[in-house]
Ligand binder design. Sequence first.
Ligand code: PRP
Length: 213
Amino acid sequence: MPVVIALPTGRVRDTCLDIIEGSGMPAKKLRNAGRNLVVDDGDYRYILGKPSDIPTLISQGLADLALVGNDVTEESEVEMAELIDTGRGRCFMAIAGPPAVAERFTGQPSPLMGLRVASKYGRMAQRTFESWGAHVKVLHLNGSVELAPALGLVDCIFDIVQTGNTLRANGLVVVKRTEEVSLRLVANPCALQLRWESLRDAVDSVRDFVNGG
Ligand code: PRP
């Protein structure tokens, strides 16, 4: 039975392929996958999914392991075992908005009360503001959240930032950096219990790779 690893498409796809390859797992077919979403290579099966769908692939037992950002794991309600912080694919979570909104973040929580916030990460956004004692209105959007302040829909956004180019292009600035993000190796907890001997090599090789071994 192959070891099944779920990998995210999009922004972090290439970084994930570098981790797979650097860890000594077969990556050639994966690099040439084109639009194939399931790639079998040797003892491994790779499933490519949208980052936000990776927790479902894990929870439904379709994948034993996955590489995914902690932005996704923290937003998800799915129970996953985090095994390794790869330190790769570094980004950060931030509140961003038009420069004028920054003033509301300088005082006590009260100026934040009633703030309207757009995010793909509704649960994390709510938790972040709650931790500051601020009650805000979070509007869930599936993407292009940077549009929302420009359209007057919200005061600010809570989003992942990598280069900052998307914010700059939309006239937004980082108001508060809240959490660091990197790719994590996660596992289905049942697979860990039942199939550890099969998974051990993959997990150890990722650990060796990220530790520079
Ligand atoms: C994220 C985020 C920003 C962008 C930030 O979207 O929501 O839009 O990346 O990256 P930057 O700081 O390098 O400009 P992502 O591409 O992950 O997904 P989406 O386009 O599907 O929302």
